[in-house]
Design a protein around this ligand. Structure first.
Ligand SMILES: *[C@@H]1O[C@H](CO)[C@@H](O)[C@H](O)[C@H]1NC(C)=O
Ligand SMILES: *[C@@H]1O[C@H](CO)[C@@H](O)[C@H](O)[C@H]1NC(C)=O
Length: 413
């Protein structure tokens, strides 16, 4: 029993890691990779992957040092972003093991009846959305945003266009939803929440979300009975002054019955409610919002895996980190529930974080705090270090995730 449960936990971590793999895209024509580095990359990836053990096999023995999956993102594990046909990249660990590419069915099985909670900034929003999309639509979002009315020039391994279509905008790119200005946000959020006919998630995602200067975003996705009833929750946090109020609205529970709708009228109603400070819950700051006894704590008590990220919005003070990580540990069942897990997910190895010396602060102070609370540290900073080179390069939204907006920039949420 223990064995299968711990294996399942490790598999969930794989899946999250694979998310990064699928999200990242880069066009080498516009990137500033030096020729030499590029040559190294090709050499490194020419190694025959078949000679490596499978990563999931390494985790199978509960007494092995690999069983918790931490080696996957450890700083001593060499990471290579292998170039794909269409100019995007995929994560490989060429000296460690072969990562498995999960099908949506396998992912759904692995996450059956599990509840994952994501709290963080826009990077977190898009990780949550792409996973929900994968579970619901049985494929990853396209690697590139729509090319508008010009032909798509990227083709994947199967020869298919890798851009989203103009009549099917990308779930990871709000500008694809631009209809009447506002950067596409209202149309995008309405579509997430079911629009007028169920939309992208067939009514299985509730969005109590609006785009205002300090956006409110709360989502809940629940897959169908047939798909395993995986529940994904997401709450946003932008900025981190010490006492910024944290507020939002209740969920109706429509995700469970696939009956969610988010019409333009409902969206406007939420804008008005926000304007009138008419929220269903309102806390002095995010730490209090998740502390034992709070409404959110109660509603999210059945969480199995929780992920929290900061970084692009400045330093996470240690006293706040302590409360947040304690709160996440409590929501995932306290120390007695060994099979549930909570993580601080390091944001980046990005330029901005480096400039502010946040990388070392995250790696040392926040990491320590996280372990002290009984949570862990998901070191995406190491895995994504290479992305730091993209700073200021290609600020277009062409590549769904590998761009300086959703990776390095501080100015866009
Ligand atoms: C919001 O939900 C909480 C329970 O989680 C409930 O106590 C409260 O009355 C709800 N508020 C509204 C306005 O429905
Ligand atoms: C976590 O749970 C413990 C034990 O119930 C409690 O003392 C502590 O205040 C909780 N911490 C937070 C941040 O909710």
């Amino acid at each position: 029993m223990f064995r299968s449960r711990s294996t399942r936990a490790a598999l969930a971590i794989f899946l999250l890691l694979i998310l990064w793999t699928n999200l990242r895209s880069i066009d080498l024509m516009t990137a500033t990779f030096k020729q030499a580095a590029f040559a190294d990359l090709i050499t490194a990836t020419s190694r025959n992957d078949g000679s490596l053990p499978r990563c999931e096999d390494l985790t199978q023995n509960p007494s092995s040092p690999f069983s918790n999956g931490a080696f996957l993102t450890s700083r001593t594990t060499q990471v290579v972003w292998k170039l794909r046909n269409d100019g995007s990249r995929e994560l490989t660990l060429p000296h460690t093991c072969q990562l498995k590419r999960y099908t949506a069915q396998e992912a759904g099985k692995c996450l059956r009846n599990k509840h994952l909670l994501f709290i963080g900034d826009s990077l977190t929003r898009y990780q949550f959305l792409s996973l929900a999309y994968f579970l619901e639509r049985k494929r990853w979002p396209p690697r590139y945003q729509t090319s508008g009315y010009t032909p798509c020039t990227q083709f994947d391994e199967g020869g298919q266009e890798a851009c989203s279509k103009i009549d099917e905008p990308n779930v990871c790119c709000e500008t694809d939803w631009e209809l009447n200005g506002n950067g596409g946000w209202p149309a995008f959020m309405q579509a997430l929440g079911g629009g007028v006919d169920g939309s992208l998630f067939h009514g299985r995602m509730e969005a109590q979300s609006i785009r205002v200067p300090i956006s409110i975003e709360r989502y809940e996705y629940i897959s169908s009975e047939e798909d395993g009833r995986t529940k994904l929750s997401s709450l946003s946090e932008f900025f981190w002054p010490k006492y910024r109020p944290y507020h939002g609205w209740n969920l109706t529970g429509c995700a469970k019955t696939g009956s969610c709708r988010y019409s333009p009228e409902s969206y406007i109603k939420n804008i008005e409610r926000d304007h009138n400070s008419d929220w269903d819950w309102d806390y002095p700051n995010i730490a209090e919002a998740f502390t034992t006894g709070s409404q959110l704590h109660t509603e999210l008590q059945d969480t199995n895996y929780a992920f929290y990220n900061r970084g692009l919005w400045g330093a996470l003070q240690i006293d706040k980190a302590q409360i947040m990580m304690d709160a996440l540990r409590n929501m995932t069942g306290g120390r007695s529930e060994a099979n549930n897990r909570c993580f601080f997910r390091s944001t980046t190895g990005c330029q901005r974080t480096r400039e502010w010396a946040l990388t070392s602060m995250e790696y040392n102070d926040v990491r320590k705090t996280s372990y002290e609370s009984g949570c862990e540290y998901f070191d995406i900073g190491h895995v994504t270090e290479e992305f730091g080179g993209l700073y200021g390069v290609d600020s277009e939204f062409k590549h769904v995730f590998w761009n300086d907006k959703h990776y390095v920039s501080l100015s866009v949420v």
